[in-house]
Design a protein around this ligand. Structure first.
Ligand code: ATR
Length: 272
């Protein structure tokens, strides 16, 4: 066996990242000869750190906060979903050229459709938030053919301008929280409110017992959004599955092999 191919997650901070654990587990499971490490880049030194990694023969990077926009700007070519997301979480290096991809949205869709066993086709979907996390989810959600995708944001103008960028890709509408009407099949919290234990100011009757309330955040305890949705009858899910699925999609881009995510998710759940 030759020298292992080198991969890493780059961010600032990066010590908390679960990606090294996830990719090591995928590599062991699929017999891929690779290493995966953490790279702490200075806040003003992202591009230089990537160039150094490329010069040293590195094959791929996951990009985490706060560098996803810089990675989008740095890539030599972009996948369609990375262009639509306006952000890059995966870099693949071949022949010195850097391809930028974004696997976050596809990770979300796979977690909902496969792991939560809820096909999006024909469903009424509500996406809360209009920042980077919401933007990255829109194209993959529309590609799954929901009946409608409503994007609601505290600052309604941001939702309108975001939705305007995706007109023509599917049935997508913008809304402010106060104007939301009716029950949704799936409500996805893509705001950063959970980080501060805040709740987006949505009415409880957007949920019923058939709703899946999905928070892109994860932590040991349910988020305030999940608790609120559960109080009003919804099933809930956090973003740990999305994290594992976006990693699997990056792994596939790099190695051409799809790992089995279920055992890695189960193990991570016990550690989180
Ligand atoms: P991210 O990359 O995590 O999406 P971001 O681009 O800063 O971060 O966007 C944060 C999103 O969370 C925005 O949609 C923001 O709403 P505004 O556009 O009105 O600022 C939303 N958000 C943050 N805190 C919130 C809160 N307490 N209630 C509702 N929405 C909140």
């Amino acid at each position: 066996m030759g020298a292992p191919d080198r991969y890493a997650v780059i961010g600032h901070p990066v010590a908390h990242s679960k990606s090294p654990y996830i990719h090591a587990a995928f590599a062991a499971q699929t017999g891929q000869n690779l290493t995966y490490e953490r790279l702490l880049a200075p806040l003003d030194g992202f591009a230089a750190a990537v160039r150094e990694f490329v010069e040293q023969g590195g094959k791929g990077l996951n990009v985490t906060l706060p560098f996803k926009l810089e990675a989008h700007a740095l890539a030599d070519t972009l996948t369609e979903r990375a262009r639509a997301a306006g952000a890059v979480n995966t870099l693949k290096i071949s022949d010195g050229l850097i391809l930028g991809d974004n696997t976050d949205g596809v990770g979300l869709v796979t977690d909902i459709e496969r792991n939560a066993a809820l096909p999006l086709r024909g469903k009424k979907v509500l996406l809360l938030g209009a920042g980077g996390a919401a933007r990255g989810a829109i194209l993959p959600l529309l590609n799954a053919c929901p009946a409608s995708l409503t994007v609601a944001n505290r600052t309604a103008a941001k939702a309108s301008s975001l939705v305007g960028e995706f007109a023509g890709h599917g049935n997508i509408v913008a809304c402010d929280f106060g104007a939301l009407q009716g029950v949704f099949d799936i409500v996805i919290n893509a705001t950063s409110a959970s980080l501060d234990d805040h709740l987006p100011a949505v009415r409880p009757d957007i949920f019923d017992s058939a709703t899946l309330a999905y928070d892109m955040m994860y932590r040991k305890e349910p988020t305030v959004f999940m608790l609120f949705a559960a109080q009003h009858g919804a099933a809930t899910r956090d973003g740990l599955g999305m994290l594992v699925e976006q990693a699997a999609e990056s792994f596939f881009l790099w190695r051409g092999v799809r790992p089995d995510t279920a055992p890695v998710y189960a193990e991570l759940r016990t550690k989180t």
